[in-house]
Design a protein around this ligand. Structure first.
Ligand SMILES: C[S@@+](CC[C@H](N)C(=O)[O-])C[C@H]1O[C@@H](n2cnc3c(N)ncnc32)[C@H](O)[C@@H]1O
Ligand SMILES: [Zn+2]
Length: 300
């Protein structure tokens, strides 16, 4: 046997003697037991360092609100009588709130061609109509303008931002932050090449997202417009908290008052600003001051 074959055989023998074990970080792959320590340092499933804008549970709400899960039961398990009591309680709790939501289905010219394209099937057309309505509503609120940052919550493929970008094709300095917790295929945000807009995708659960720690927002203090479509379940609450928390935090430098008071004052601020804007004759909105402006184009 030549020296090379001998060496090869020895290597094979050693390889056979080594044991492969499941990776403790992800049992979908295996690793040589004697190389585990080395593997753990580079395994793709290892916990990556968290970005600054990740703050564990920052939008999760009050602790006692989240700790009542044991008492939670599905609505379908309630008896008719229990349901009636629940409805009564909800009615009582919402008494005095101006909670009548008016349906306001609008449209936007940016989607005109797509909406009239016969190649689009029923499902695509349904989504296009929803996106057009959200754009129409954002425009009506005078929030569709330049020099601001649109944060799309639960962005999926990022189509809502895509249409906002099309609608703002001549506007300067428009930034998009697409928040999505899962890796997404067939994203449309990679395809944008417009000079005046920037797309950034953050793979994070909204529950842990602190907006004012996102570099572009803390650096440029851009006004924020929150948008979203079909943001499922609790994620709508998370997004609302995310926006409110950011506002609270971004006012901190200039305002030492307690959060509750700050939010109240800021709300008054916003109302004044909205009124001023509604009085404006111009179609193109004025640049907003660097505090938060919220439009949740939430279509549930
Ligand atoms: C019903 S899909 C809607 C996707 C897209 N907005 C649309 O209209 O086609 C909801 C999306 O929100 C994302 N999502 C749900 N909860 C989330 C959370 N807590 N943080 C980030 N993304 C979330 C889901 O992963 C999913 O992509
Ligand atoms: Zn591994």
């Amino acid at each position: 046997m030549c020296e090379r074959t001998m060496h090869h055989k020895t290597v094979l023998k050693e390889e056979n003697a080594r044991k492969r074990i499941l990776c403790p970080l992800d049992p979908k792959h295996t690793v040589y037991e004697d190389q585990l320590a080395k593997h753990l340092k580079k395994c793709n499933s290892r916990e990556k360092p968290k970005p600054d804008f990740f703050i564990q549970d920052i939008n999760a709400g009050l602790k006692d609100e989240t700790e009542i899960t044991e008492q939670m039961v599905p609505i379908s398990s309630l008896s008719e009588e229990q349901l009636e009591i629940l409805i009564m309680k909800l009615k009582k709790a919402s008494e005095g709130l101006n909670s009548t939501l008016k349906d306001q289905i609008l449209s936007h010219p940016a989607l005109h061609d797509a909406l009239n394209d016969p190649k689009n099937g029923d499902s695509a057309t349904k989504h296009l109509k929803q996106q057009a309505s959200i754009l129409g509503n954002i425009e009506k609120l005078k929030l569709l303008g330049p020099r601001r940052c649109f944060v799309e919550f639960g962005a999926g493929k990022g189509k809502l931002s895509h249409w906002v970008d099309i609608a703002l094709k001549d506007a300067e300095k428009v930034h998009f932050i697409l928040v999505e917790k899962v890796t997404t295929r067939f994203k449309v945000d990679g395809k944008h090449r417009r000079k005046n807009s920037v797309f950034e995708r953050l793979q994070i659960d909204i529950q842990h997202l602190c907006l004012n720690k996102i570099p572009v927002l803390s650096r440029e203090k851009l006004p924020v417009v929150g948008i979203g479509k079909h943001l499922c379940g609790v994620a709508t609450d998370l997004a609302l908290r995310c926006l409110v928390e950011t506002c609270g935090a971004s006012c901190e430098e200039r305002n030492e008052e307690p959060l509750a008071k700050r939010i109240k004052n800021d709300k008054a601020d916003k109302e004044i600003n909205t009124l001023a804007k509604e009085g404006s004759e111009k179609n193109v909105p004025e640049p907003l001051p660097p505090t938060l402006r919220v439009c949740l184009g939430f279509l549930l």
